[in-house]
Design a protein around this ligand. Structure first.
Ligand code: G6Q
Length: 555
């Protein structure tokens, strides 16, 4: 079955950019591109109360975006013309929406409630998910309560997650985000890079007798992860003096169960994954085992309930009131009609320090594509570059460019009504900064204001902030497991919405393969003695020679 048949769409071989809805947006953009946010707010004093939406504990203020009511109508027309509602239904049904890898992208099943019926290849997917969650809960409780102990009988107080990409960024981001709720007599670390420093620094102050390694690799074939897992095994066996120790100090999360068992991990400590979970969509699967060890099964379930609440909203809310749809359409609006090449994510919460890195992978690996589902080169921009930093740190570094630079950078601000660590005036100060930044970006500081304030004439152009810099603000009461789940699902579905508009496969990642293959070819050229004949370009050949010389102390 082709995608077109699955989703019941029209002829998707025609570029979305040549369609009526897109063309209408081009005309509309021409009309409103010069309108300022100041004018839009003056015209409609209730704009800030009107252009907002709520779901799953989040309040979204999108009034400080360069849009009118007509923009929203035209963007939702575009979504309809691309069959967004049908594609959402197809994803939740488990259709083969990841066409280039010929599989479903069914991460929504990871948080579906018991009793939901999703069948894939004759198997009850939701029942399998809940069986796995029960196994994870039993294991996590065992370690947390010290029922399960190390080889020499010591409680396992250190957990080191070994994985990379989707098997690292989600668990690390979520652990840090929910650290407040974690078991504080346990330590959690994440080793991803194949740079030995990562492993050595993560283990240098730990005792192997108290350390549990979780090797997370969907394929169990990833070079970096296997190299780090081997180092972990050697470190563990070296300290404990017994190969048999591996059984009590290692667990694995993988869809390649035989690979994990062959590595020496006991079968009952291998937690499975399904091919319909993509790495960057897997933090709420067994890939989140380290998180469950940190916060316990009940709070992990709370997080799943947050994902679920946003899933239900995404499935059921009308497009114009649908948070992920609105955010996805705004991303398309800026990328394709204003030519914005980057998008900043600015969480005003220290616990969300790794959220920008997590969203970089989610967005850029999903939608950094240059051909349509049918393999035709796109004639429009796809994913913007995602970047960001926690507030207020960013304000003292790159916000200068946000306010006065020459590029337009739409921003997402994320904040909470209550901080998790009340301390003096900190939280009000933090949030005053968030709110003030959205105001300064939108309305700037005019030359007239500066003159009225008595600014020296020569400094007026330097001090002037043009404003009209768009932002959206997300607020929730507290950062809890539930709100984290809802926040991640919000971005997952926003990314999906963008992918549907751009008619790309958001669930494959062919672009990262070539580099991996070339590294496999280069490694023997670095290691073998004598140096083999090199057949790369002159730059690559010279770099290989120079590296060998530097390594061997020959220069
Ligand atoms: C994510 C990608 C990628 C993947 C890593 C690790 O969507 O597929 O980041 O997660 O390459 O792969 P393994 O889990 O198979 O080791």
């Amino acid at each position: 079955m082709t995608l077109t048949q699955v989703a019941g769409l029209g002829d998707m071989r025609r570029s979305v950019a040549s369609g009526r809805a897109w063309q209408a947006l081009i005309g509309h953009h021409r009309k409103i591109a010069d309108l300022s946010l100041s004018e839009l707010f003056d015209e409609d004093p209730k704009r800030g109360e009107r252009l907002c939406a709520e779901a799953a504990g989040f309040y979204l203020d999108y009034s400080k975006n360069r849009i009118t009511d007509e923009t929203l109508t035209l963007l939702t027309d575009l979504a309809r013309s691309q069959g967004l509602s049908e594609r959402i239904a197809a994803m939740f049904r488990g259709d083969t929406i990841n066409t280039t890898e010929n599989r479903a992208a069914l991460h929504v099943a990871l948080r579906a409630p018991v009793g939901t019926h999703i069948e894939l290849d004759g198997r009850d997917v939701v029942a399998e998910v809940h069986d796995m969650l029960a196994r994870m809960a039993d294991f996590s409780e065992g370690v947390r309560t010290a029922r399960l102990r190390g080889h020499a009988g010591a409680p396992l107080r250190n957990v080191i997650n070994i994985g990379i990409g989707g098997s690292d960024l989600g668990p690390e981001m979520a652990y840090e985000a929910l650290r407040h709720y974690s078991q504080r007599d346990m330590r959690f670390r994440f080793v991803s890079n194949v740079d030995a420093t990562a492993f050595v620094e993560a283990t240098r102050d730990l005792q192997a007798s108290e350390t549990l390694f979780i090797v997370c690799s969907k394929t169990f074939k990833t070079q970096e992860t296997l190299e780090n897992a081997q180092a972990a095994r050697a470190w563990c066996v070296g300290q404990l003096g017994d190969e048999a120790a591996v059984a009590s100090h290692f667990a694995a999360v993988s869809s390649n169960v035989p690979g994990a068992i062959e590595f020496g991990i006991a079968q009952d400590r291998v937690f499975g994954l399904w091919d319909w979970v993509g790495g960057r969509y897997s933090m709420d699967s067994a890939i989140g085992l380290s998180l469950m060890l940190a916060i316990g099964p009940a709070q992990f379930e709370e997080m799943l309930s947050g994902f679920r609440a946003m899933d239900e909203h995404f499935q059921n809310a009308p497009l114009p009131a649908n948070l992920p749809v609105l955010m996805g359409l705004l991303a398309v609006w800026y990328a394709d009609f204003f030519g914005a090449q980057t998008h900043a994510v600015l969480p005003y919460d220290q616990y969300l320090v790794h959220l920008p890195a997590y969203l970089q992978q989610l967005t850029m690996e999903s939608n950094g594509k240059r051909v349509t589902q049918e393999g035709l080169e796109v004639d429009y921009a796809t994913a913007p570059i995602i970047w960001g930093e926690v507030g207020t740190n960013g304000q003292h570094s790159f916000y200068q460019l946000l306010h006065q630079g020459t590029t337009l950078i739409p921003c997402d601000f994320i904040g909470f009504g209550q901080g998790l660590n009340p301390l003096g005036r900190h939280h009000d100060i933090l949030m005053a900064n968030l709110i003030a930044q959205t105001e300064a970006l939108a309305f700037g500081k005019t030359e007239a204001e500066l003159r009225a304030e008595g600014s020296p004439a020569a400094l007026v152009p330097h001090r002037c902030l043009p404003g009209n810099r768009p932002s959206s603000t997300l607020l929730a009461q507290r950062l809890t497991p539930h709100t984290l789940g809802a926040l991640v699902a919000l971005y997952e579905h926003s990314v999906f919405t963008q992918g549907v508009i751009w008619n790309i496969d958001s669930f494959d990642q062919w672009g990262v393969e070539t580099g991996k293959v070339l590294a496999q070819r280069t490694l023997p050229e670095l290691e073998s003695k004598p140096m083999p004949e090199l057949h790369h370009d002159s730059s690559t050949n010279t770099l290989i020679r120079r590296y060998r010389a530097l390594r061997d102390g020959a220069v």
